[in-house]
Write a protein that binds this ligand. Structure first.
Ligand SMILES: Nc1nc2c(c(=O)[nH]1)N[C@H]1C(S)=C(S)[C@@H](COP(=O)(O)O)O[C@H]1N2
Ligand SMILES: [Mo]
Length: 203
């Protein structure tokens, strides 16, 4: 190791940062871009956001209506299964809980699946969706999302690996039975907890 051979100390890892880094992850300051397929085009005249499935009232917001919804902020870390973690993200958006309340989730609902432009999907349990850190985000660190990071709206599920944080989201469906999303069908973990290192389904 070069530091040792030069008689220098190894660089110190900040213990606070180390504690916030799940097993098998390394920290990045950049914000990597990761997705399957092409970045979808955004057309504000046809864009809509649908809330449907096991709910009292199915909802459909156009772009103006969605932007007018009450917003909250979340400060959270992000962990991708490809092993990078980006700490200290400030998100602004519409809370998952507020969307669930507006639609009136029926007692039979146990899961949700996010639907995105381009056909991407990701599923999480309703209990995870209703956690207070889950957002339909429109801004990151004070700026409107860029196209590659999900403009105009993306999901943020900080307590799960990044593939649950679906970009270019167009709707959320409430389900009585679980239904696997895009990566889950390819063998990635259904639960995807980075602290338990739930990367693949067969581990
Ligand atoms: N629609 C869509 N959303 C997606 C993906 C994707 O392939 N399609 N990839 C996911 C993965 S694996 C990660 S780690 C995060 C990365 O978000 P970022 O590109 O903003 O860093 O987006 C997630 N959201
Ligand atoms: Mo990822």
């Amino acid at each position: 190791m070069v530091f040792r051979s030069m008689g220098l100390k190894r660089p110190q890892v900040d213990p606070e940062l180390a504690e916030r880094t799940p097993p098998g992850q390394h920290l990045t300051r950049r914000w990597p871009v990761l997705h399957y397929g092409d970045i979808p085009a955004f057309d504000p005249t046809t864009w809509d956001f649908r809330v449907f499935g096991v709910v009292e009232r199915e909802l459909r917001y156009d772009w103006a209506a969605f932007q007018a919804l009450p917003r909250t902020t979340v400060h959270a870390d992000m962990h991708c299964v490809t092993r990078w973690s980006k700490l200290d993200n400030d998100w602004e958006g519409v809370s998952g809980r507020s969307v669930a309340e507006a639609a009136g989730v029926r007692p039979a609902a146990r899961f949700v699946v996010f639907h995105c432009d381009g056909g991407y999907t990701a599923n999480i349990p309703l209990a995870v969706f209703e956690d207070d850190d889950v957002l339909f985000a429109l801004k990151h660190d004070g700026a409107v999302l860029t196209p590659e990071h999900g403009y105009p709206v993306r999901v943020v599920v900080p307590k799960r690996y990044g593939w649950k944080s679906a970009k270019w989201v167009r709707g959320v469906e409430f389900l009585a039975e679980d239904r696997q999303g895009f990566w889950e069908r390819y063998g990635y973990s259904n639960s995807a907890d980075p602290w338990r290192e739930e990367r693949f389904a067969d581990e």
